[in-house]
Design a binder for this molecule. Structure first.
Ligand code: ADE
Ligand code: ZN
Length: 354
């Protein structure tokens, strides 16, 4: 049994079958960019199939290049990687591979972000992206009962007009994919692109019935989190870890139960934190914030969702009951219909108590 002497930590979850415990724990993944699940092996295979030349000579050379200084240094490689995605089959394979991997980590429901502007700007049709992703999502539901939905995410480094045009281009597809596409998000380079830039876009999305989420407080200041809530009416904040720098804002997030979809391994690899042991996920959870753990871009950050749970258990001294709370939060914060949400919460209660 591994032990840990984290101050104030309850019984530490490390050791004694922690990995199996985490992988068997039913959970929802709420912060996952499908383009960030493109493993180097698949990237090379798709590059070859589509006649795309890659700047790195091999899978190993590419992996070795995954050393990031900040969000932008990662995004540069992430967008370069998307160039191999051309056909419906490519998007289907990408999503199928992720869902298979997620299932092995105990994910029973996934809310998956995708960045259409990264594809349509290269001449890929919106329909190609939707059809490929939707095919894989529907297969996973039929074959394995793994439910999932899509969060169409807008690139905040581009003008609002570009996002509005993207929304209009996608809307005709809602008839075919409206069961999956239920939410919108905001991602890409945060600093210098505050939520206020997208107020009209979000107003239109909300009027259309989409659930709004937004990245905020990853690299950007707490004011971006406040603006995401007040100007965009975001129901969940993706990351939000910098909210703690503003005590009044942090208290508001706790009081109003606004979920934070936290991605610890991402924060470590993008140097939002310099040491996982100093990540604030456990502290925020223990203060009563609706924290969830997620994988963000697992192909680039060295771990999928279970790795995030396991490494946080080790480094932050999370007890097993806290891991269960994280899983419970993931369902509470999800966009699942109330009945399904309650069914998963009941399942957690009957299996793990509390
Ligand atoms: N797009 C993909 N991953 C992202 C992240 N961590 N932050 C902002 N935009 C992203
Ligand atoms: Zn993200």
């Amino acid at each position: 049994m591994q032990t840990s002497s984290i101050p104030g930590g309850a019984a530490v979850a490390a050791g004694n079958g922690l990995e199996a415990f985490v992988r068997e724990l039913p959970k929802a993944e709420l912060h996952l960019h499908i383009e960030g699940t493109l493993e180097p092996e698949l990237m090379f295979r798709l590059a070859e199939r589509n006649g795309v030349s890659l700047p790195h000579a091999s899978v190993d050379a590419l992996r070795a290049a995954y050393q990031f200084n900040d969000l932008q240094s990662f995004l540069d490689l992430y967008y370069a990687g998307t160039q191999v995605l051309r056909t419906e089959h490519d998007f289907h394979e990408l999503a199928r591979a992720y869902l298979r991997r997620a299932r092995a980590d105990g994910v029973v429901h996934a809310e998956i972000m995708f960045d259409p502007q990264a594809h349509t700007s290269r001449g890929v049709a919106m329909e190609t992206v939707f059809a490929g992703l939707a095919g894989a999502l529907r297969d996973a539901r039929e074959r394995h009962g793994l439910t999932s939905v899509l969060i169409l995410s807008f690139l905040r480094h581009l003008p609002e007009a570009d996002a509005l045009a993207t929304l209009e281009a996608a809307l005709p597809l809602r008839e075919q994919y409206g069961d999956l596409w239920i939410a919108v998000g905001l991602d890409s380079s945060e600093v210098g692109h505050p939520p206020g830039k997208f107020e009209r876009l979000y107003e239109r999305c909300r009027a259309l019935g989409f659930r709004p989420v937004a990245h905020a407080g990853e690299e950007g200041p707490p004011s971006y989190v406040r603006d995401a809530l007040d100007l965009l009416k975001a129901e969940r904040i993706d990351h939000g870890v910098r909210s703690e720098e503003d005590p009044a804002l942090m208290q508001r997030l706790i009081d109003e139960g606004i979920p934070l979809t936290v991605c610890p391994l991402s924060n470590l690899r993008l140097r939002v934190v310099d040491d996982l042991a100093r990540h604030n996920a456990a502290r925020l959870l223990r203060r009563g914030a609706v924290v969830t753990l997620n994988s963000d871009d697992p192909a680039y950050f060295g771990g999928y969702i279970a790795d995030n749970y396991i490494q946080c258990a080790h480094k932050l001294g999370l007890a097993r009951h806290e891991l269960v709370t994280l899983a419970r939060n993931s369902f509470k914060a999800s966009f699942l219909p109330d009945e399904q949400k309650q069914a998963w919460l009941d399942r957690l209660e009957s299996r793990y108590g509390q």
